[in-house]
Ligand binder design. Structure first.
Ligand SMILES: N[C@@H](CCC(=O)N[C@@H](CS)C(=O)NCC(=O)O)C(=O)O
Length: 208
């Protein structure tokens, strides 16, 4: 039995989607970030930076923090969405999501969505970087069916919930036909729809 300690954010959704994709039973423990539950000593013991998501694999007596590491763990345990032949490519796209796509779009959310008018520099900087990310992903997806290769895998699962915030980005997903094609294809997956709504049954990946 896997316990998922999480909140309703893009990083949180990566793991619920993966758990649905591999068909694992899991128990959800909600961490209320607004109430600061991530800073409680018991949570900090398993998540040194006080961040969700975290999983506890009670069967193997393992706790894992960092969404990329969790995706790799679950992929290795299940033998799914992490093909050996494509692993080097998958790792590169997964790391690009962890180190660039997610953090930059996350900053864009902070300046453009949550705090507009507070810093023109911040708004302009992260809007520009986010637009560049859309262009770069669109270019990649013009020659590859999925981000790393022709098969859907953990690199796509890690990026999808970030692009699913496209309405907040105000960049216009529809203008990026390859990225839109990738997004629509993943949005249709039953496990993605289920994992996306792990905290709110009425929440669906928004249409482009
Ligand atoms: N690199 C981490 C980032 C996780 C992260 O930023 N989580 C946010 C929510 S999306 C969080 O827990 N924020 C609470 C805080 O920083 O206090 C991962 O991918 O797991």
């Amino acid at each position: 039995m896997i316990e998922l300690l999480s909140a309703n954010t893009p990083n949180g959704k990566k793991i619920s989607i993966m758990l649905e994709e591999i068909g694992y039973d899991y128990k959800l423990t909600k961490i209320d970030l607004d109430k600061g539950e991530q800073f409680k000593p018991d949570f900090k013991k398993i998540s040194p930076f006080s961040k969700i998501p975290v999983i506890i694999d009670h069967k193997n007596n393992q706790t894992i923090f960092e969404s990329g590491a969790i995706l790799i763990y679950l992929a290795e345990q299940s033998g799914k969405f992490y093909n050996k032949k494509d692993r080097l490519k998958i790792n590169q796209w997964l790391m690009a999501q962890m180190g660039y796509i997610g953090p930059m779009l996350g900053q864009h959310h902070q300046f453009h969505h949550y705090n507009p008018g507070k810093s023109k520099f911040g708004e302009d900087r992260y809007f520009k970087i986010s637009k560049r990310i859309y262009e770069e992903l669109d270019e990649r997806l013009s020659s590859s069916k999925f981000l790393s290769c022709d098969d859907y895998n953990i690199a796509d699962i890690s990026a999808f919930p970030w692009i699913a915030r496209h309405q907040w980005h105000d960049i216009g997903l529809k203008k990026y036909i390859n990225l839109e094609r990738w997004y629509n294809e993943i949005s249709k997956r039953e496990a993605v729809v289920k994992g996306f709504s792990f905290m709110n049954k009425k929440e669906f990946p928004p249409k482009p």
